[in-house]
Design a protein around this ligand. Structure first.
Ligand SMILES: [Zn+2]
Length: 414
């Protein structure tokens, strides 16, 4: 399987300029090629082939006065940008044809200089690890890197990104063998909630750590301050950077928390079941803010790839399954419960239920049933895009099943 290893890089002023122009060139190639394809589509012409775009928008373009500066950056960066566009189109087409489960993918969009995340992708012929601990990147130079942990093997590709708070990251893709944990006879159902971050079927409650909530509070304050600054003023620009930094910190801390919680759950249980939440649906409701803050989909994505990596079973329970309405003791369906009802008594058997704990137990039973019935195969492959590795890892590893390999490998006996 493929794992991502992320490190922080510290380019000097010259290297920062070289990277800025690489980001810019990659963006221009992407936008030029996208425009050609959109244009062809608008007048009913066939999809423009990559080979044609590569010739016209990269090789020929470099010889024109208008795009001569494309020659200043590594050709690999430009080619990869076109490849990424191809992938974006492929995902869109697969989504249209229903080949891709889960959330609908829209057509590729134009990139902007103002995008919060700028990136370039490189293959092995455009970067190399140096003996002195620096990383050579073609046409950029030797970057200073903070190697927070060892790379387990030679990387196959590298993405260099710059985030909105001006930090640079290197993300290496490394091919590794799964690292199967010793087998256990425990399994866990998880209810993702708003009062606690997650409740497990054994009654364990996982709440967001206090430092994360504090960081979120500070972010809100900084955002308020930003909104009070006059548009276009220097103070506004300063406030914006402060907000971006705080955003980055909240995101990092939340990711760390998700990594710790997901690793713990995967380590402790042989099978993990979770409700397949319609997060995109909830995102439009009044609960939107807290839903996005909780970052459920990133967390579920981590559970999924860690299950593959460590040889655990993972299944998503259908979102139509009424986990909060059914009594987990006797199976009686007690009817819908508004969100504010945290505790209820079963009208049939009289068991007093904590809403979330009961839901987690129901997810556990439903998950077991699905896996026993062999239906996990389809459910499991659901919504697992191949390059799920977008989940960036700070300390833990983010990984993704390799292209074509589906997550059901996590289910022994399938
Ligand atoms: Zn009951």
């Amino acid at each position: 399987m493929q794992l991502r290893y992320n490190y922080r890089a510290y380019p000097d002023a010259t290297q920062r300029r070289a990277l800025a122009s690489a980001f810019g060139c990659a963006r221009v190639v992407w936008n030029d090629c996208l425009r050609d394809r959109k244009g062809a589509h608008a007048v009913g012409l066939p999809y423009v082939k990559s080979a044609d775009l590569s010739r016209l928008r990269i090789t020929h373009a470099k010889r024109t006065e208008e795009r001569a500066w494309l020659a200043d950056v590594s050709a690999v960066v430009l080619q990869q940008s076109l490849r990424d566009l191809d992938t974006a189109y492929q995902n869109f087409f697969d989504s249209l044809k229903g080949k891709r489960h889960g959330r609908k993918v829209g057509p590729p969009r134009y990139k902007s200089k103002k995008d919060t995340r700028q990136s370039i992708r490189l293959t092995t012929n455009a970067f190399s690890l140096q003996g002195d601990g620096t990383l050579y990147v073609a046409k950029v130079g030797n970057l200073k890197v903070k190697w927070s942990r060892r790379l387990p093997a030679a990387p196959t590709s590298l993405t260099v990104t710059k985030d909105s708070s001006g930090r640079y990251f290197l993300s290496f893709v490394v091919d590794t063998e799964p690292d199967i944990f010793p087998e256990l006879d425990t399994d866990t159902g998880i209810d993702l909630g708003l009062s606690a971050f997650a409740v497990l079927s054994d009654g364990t409650k996982i709440s967001a750590p206090r430092f994360l909530r504090r960081a979120e509070k500070k972010l809100k304050r900084l955002q308020r301050e930003l909104s009070r600054k006059a548009k276009g003023s220097k103070n506004r620009a300063k406030a914006r950077i402060k907000v971006a930094r705080q955003h980055a910190q909240v995101a990092d801390r939340r990711r760390d928390f998700h990594h710790k919680a997901s690793t713990q759950i995967i380590r402790d249980s042989q099978a993990v079941y979770v409700e397949d939440l319609a997060v995109s649906g909830l995102g439009r409701t009044r609960l939107a803010k807290s839903v996005h803050d909780a970052g459920w989909s990133a967390f579920v994505g981590m559970l999924e790839y860690k299950a593959v990596r460590y040889g655990r079973t993972f299944a998503k329970v259908d979102r139509a399954f009424p986990s909060s309405q059914v009594c987990s003791a006797c199976g009686f369906r007690d009817g819908p419960k508004p969100l504010h009802i945290r505790e209820w008594t079963c009208a049939e058997c009289g068991t007093v239920h904590d809403r979330d704990h009961n839901a987690a137990r129901n997810v556990l039973f439903e998950g077991r049933r699905i896996v026993a019935a062999g239906r996990a195969e389809t459910l499991n492959a659901c919504g697992a895009p191949v390059r799920r590795a977008r989940v960036p890892a700070q300390r833990g590893e983010a990984g993704s099943p390799r292209k074509g390999q589906q997550t059901q490998t996590g289910i022994p006996g399938f």
